[in-house]
Write a protein that binds this ligand. Structure first.
Ligand SMILES: [Ca+2]
Ligand SMILES: [Ca+2]
Ligand SMILES: [Ca+2]
Length: 211
């Protein structure tokens, strides 16, 4: 007997539910339909001047696909869908986009070193053994990534080199898994929001036109 019905794991259900919630939150936080960087940071409770804020700068730029310095609803949902539900390859493409500070399609040492340093600051004191990077400086992490991934040795990584390198290198996989976890931020944000506002309160505010 064939099973035509797709079975969802509890995690997948949670993710679908999260995306639905994010639709609602976007509408309430951002009724104009466009979100600026400072609003994006405020939404996730990130303070200016912190390493998290620097990371958010890169994330925001990756979301803003048409480069108009605002994030619209479709960009927001497309990116979150990728972050929360994307295949591993798409998640890697996303990481590449976040790392590629000037968005020119190439990741150079300066860009990589900058993002690795930000990640180190965010994770300060909690570098674990799982990624095997606990004894490496950001410079050493950066050098090792280039050593493993930059196959044509031209000092820049293309998306293809990055994807193939991550497939070949368990070390890089564990590093990326360890540090690139925006879905964790999203889930934390949703939890905080659920705590601070019940669905009923949300509906009342919406109906009252307070957003
Ligand atoms: Ca945009
Ligand atoms: Ca670049
Ligand atoms: Ca290269």
């Amino acid at each position: 007997m064939g099973q035509n019905q797709q079975i969802q794991t509890p995690d997948e259900e949670l993710e679908l539910r999260s995306i639905y919630d994010l639709y609602k939150f976007f509408i309430t936080e951002c009724p104009s339909g466009s979100l600026y960087l400072h609003e994006f940071k405020r939404m996730f409770g990130v303070q200016n001047g912190t390493p998290e804020a620097q990371y958010m700068d890169n994330i925001f730029r990756a979301f803003d696909m048409n480069h108009d310095n605002t994030m619209d609803f479709l960009e927001y949902v497309a990116a979150l869908n990728l972050v929360l539900r994307g295949k591993p390859e798409n998640k890697l493409k996303w990481s590449f986009k976040v790392f590629d500070g000037d968005d020119n399609g190439y990741l150079d040492r300066r860009e990589l070193q900058k993002i690795v340093m930000i990640i180190y600051r965010i994770k300060k004191g909690s570098m674990s053994n799982e990624a095997g990077i606990e004894n490496l400086t950001p410079g050493q992490v950066c050098a090792r990534i280039f050593e493993e991934v930059d196959v044509n040795n031209d000092g820049e990584l293309t998306v293809l080199e990055f994807l193939e390198g991550a497939q070949r290198s368990p070390w890089l996989q564990s590093f990326l898994h360890f540090e690139v976890n925006p879905s964790g931020w999203v889930k934390k944000y949703l939890c905080d929001r659920r705590r601070s506002m019940t669905e009923t309160q949300l509906m009342i505010r919406l109906q009252a036109g307070r957003y």
